[in-house]
Design a protein around this ligand. Structure first.
Ligand code: FES
Length: 169
């Protein structure tokens, strides 16, 4: 009988199993992490995106601004550009409206129809909105334009995710 409690064959078997397991873990862990990690990350809900507009440049006339940010959808990253119509109301509050028509999703423009001045006009089916985004009765849209939540940081305007209009009561 051998003095060694572990035979040469067993030692080799244990060693190969250990090294093989270690190597397999090293290969599989990054793959598992790549597949699962983006799904587990919380959505950046409520995030605000920087615009290039200084709040001091806002007037009482709606102005169109575009802003771009990086969007991460699971493991796919892309740059998204959005548009807002922004102005200061009579109380000094910043109003930022989505340009997406609530009828069928065309893009509205301010003062675009000379027959209906000082309104947002949708060229697709003649939808109209008042300055605060309220839909004009008798035109196709059934709801007011959405608004972006706003934030000011270092003098610049930041916009959140569009939500139901908070300026139309
Ligand atoms: S999409 Fe704007 S009025 Fe129809």
């Amino acid at each position: 009988m051998s003095k060694n409690p572990v035979s040469r064959r067993q030692f080799l078997s244990y060693t190969l199993t250990g090294v093989g397991g270690f190597m397999a873990a090293g290969i599989l862990m990054p793959m598992v992490r790549f597949a699962v990690d983006p799904v587990l990350k919380t959505e950046a809900g409520g995030d605000y995106h920087a615009t290039k507009l200084k709040v001091s440049d806002l007037t009482d006339q709606p102005q169109k601004i575009d802003f771009t940010y990086e969007q991460v959808d699971a493991w796919y990253k892309s740059n998204v550009t959005q548009t807002a119509w922004v102005y200061k109301d009579s109380k000094g509050d910043i109003v930022a409206l989505s340009p997406i028509c609530k009828h069928l999703g065309c893009t509205v423009n301010w003062n675009a129809n000379k027959d209906h001045p000082n309104q947002f006009y949708c060229p697709c089916h003649g939808g109209r909105y008042e300055k605060n985004g309220k839909n004009v009765p008798g035109t196709p849209p059934a709801k007011p334009l959405d608004t972006y939540p706003t934030k000011v940081k270092d003098g610049y305007l930041y916009l959140g995710k569009p939500e139901a209009n908070v300026f139309v009561k």
